[in-house]
Design a protein around this ligand. Structure first.
Ligand code: DX5
Ligand code: ZN
Length: 217
């Protein structure tokens, strides 16, 4: 049986109240907390670093799903492990050493996940599929919440699900960007089982919004 995970993104929450937002999302029924880290180099936006993750950690039991939109993500592995991150998702476009970086994440005791942007083909990550716990397929260009879902990215979700079966692998497939109670249906049908939702979660009462998403799974 497939496990499905709803991962609200704290990016759309109140930046003055990260810990309260984490607590609120846990009570609202989130499975994971999606934490977007941006460095203003890999993407044209700047958020926060491992210090904020460490500050939230004592107040939440949620799985911390950390999405690093930063250049050279391998440089941040020790800091995120120490902060209590459960997983690190790193972009194949952001490092010359994706294989080594994923190995480093696993060696630090976290789940390792590789991310592809809308313009990046699945074959860019084929050599590391045997190494990862998850593949994150971006369904918007990263950098900002509240953008429209790009349906053409779902072909890659379907290709990944097929490759996983062919090769007898077990990684999760997450989608991130523009997920709503409408777009989630096509993402699930393509083979995704983890769903990030930022603006949708906060466009109403998070508990109600999460319920609307879960109903579609
Ligand atoms: C975008 C981030 C997303 C973002 C999603 O660069 O990686 O996680 O929070 O926001 P929505 O759900 O509003 O597209
Ligand atoms: Zn994200």
């Amino acid at each position: 049986m497939t496990d499905y995970y709803i991962a609200p993104s704290i990016l759309s929450g109140d930046f003055g109240k990260f810990t309260e937002e984490a607590v609120r999302l846990e009570k609202a029924g989130a499975d994971w907390l999606h934490i977007d880290i941006m460095d203003n180099h890999f993407v044209p936006n700047l958020t926060f670093g491992a210090g904020v993750v460490a500050a939230m950690r004592p107040h939440s039991k949620l799985f911390f799903d950390c999405h690093l939109m930063v250049e050279n993500p391998e440089d941040y592995v020790e800091a995120f492990a120490a902060a209590g991150a459960d997983s690190m998702s790193i972009h194949v476009e952001a490092t010359h050493h994706i294989h080594g970086a994923l190995q480093k994440i696993k060696a630090a005791g976290m789940k390792a996940s590789v991310v592809i942007n809308p313009g990046t083909p699945v074959n860019a990550i084929e050599p590391v599929l045997g190494l990862v716990d998850m593949v994150l397929v971006m369904t918007v260009n990263p950098g900002f919440g509240g953008q429209s879902f790009l349906p053409e990215c779902l072909e890659k979700v379907a290709d990944l699900a097929m490759l996983r079966k062919l090769r007898g692998l077990e990684f999760d497939i997450e989608v991130d960007g523009g997920i709503t109670d409408e777009t989630i249906t096509a993402a699930k049908a393509a083979g995704a089982n983890a769903f990030v939702a930022g603006s949708f979660t906060f466009n109403g009462e998070p508990a109600e919004q999460i319920k609307k998403l879960r109903k579609k799974l």
